[in-house]
Design a protein around this ligand. Sequence first.
Ligand code: SF4
Ligand code: F3S
Length: 106
Amino acid sequence: TFVVTDNCINCKYMDCVEVCPVDCFHAGPNFLVIDPMECIDCTLCEPECPAGAIYKDSDIPHEFREFIELNVRLSSQWPVITERTITPVDADKWDGVAHKIGHIID
Ligand code: SF4
Ligand code: F3S
């Protein structure tokens, strides 16, 4: 499965949802996650993310390991998103800020 990691938080650009053929992205207020039970490993979303926040689980940097479990948990809580909505106004300001995990709104 693919996994959404730290740099999506407060950026939420949503280019990823436009390309996913199986609609496995789920959206919270300021972060998206992938349902690992639905992801078919098509690889389309990874290069689409302007924030570089999506990784294959087997290639995930050590510092983002906890996002694997977080995608499992939050995808069961949040609704599916299939179309891009409004990106946060300050998204570009947050792009590249490290360790945003504490900012997730659920
Ligand atoms: Fe969707 Fe493909 Fe990305 Fe999995 S790898 S989340 S199926 S676009
Ligand atoms: Fe997040 Fe990148 Fe998608 S910032 S919403 S994973 S395009």
